[in-house]
Write a new protein. Structure first.
Length: 91
């Protein structure tokens, strides 16, 4: 099992990245980062944060945290956004 301090660092970094993506500085630094990609990044980071926090607080193993009801909801949103960006764009 991963240590609690490691998971706490992961959760903190994920939250900082999500907050950073909301700033106007992102548009200046990453000019090719579209709104679609921002949504994909935020939903992906939300899945990582959800799994990490469940592993940290509930002491769940990775797979159990991944299939937890709250994580599955975030994972389905992430998968849908990724599908819309990669597959539907080509149609």
């Amino acid at each position: 099992m991963v240590g609690a301090s490691t998971l706490a660092i992961v959760v903190s970094v994920v939250q900082l990245l999500i907050m950073f993506l909301k700033t106007p500085l992102v548009g200046q630094l990453f000019t090719k980062l579209t709104d679609d990609l921002k949504i994909i990044l935020v939903t992906g980071l939300t899945v990582v944060g959800g799994v990490s926090s469940l592993m940290l607080t509930e002491q769940l193993p990775f797979v159990a945290a991944l299939i937890h009801s709250t994580t599955v909801a975030a994972l389905s949103v992430f998968a849908h956004q990724l599908y819309k960006h990669l597959v539907k764009k080509d149609e």
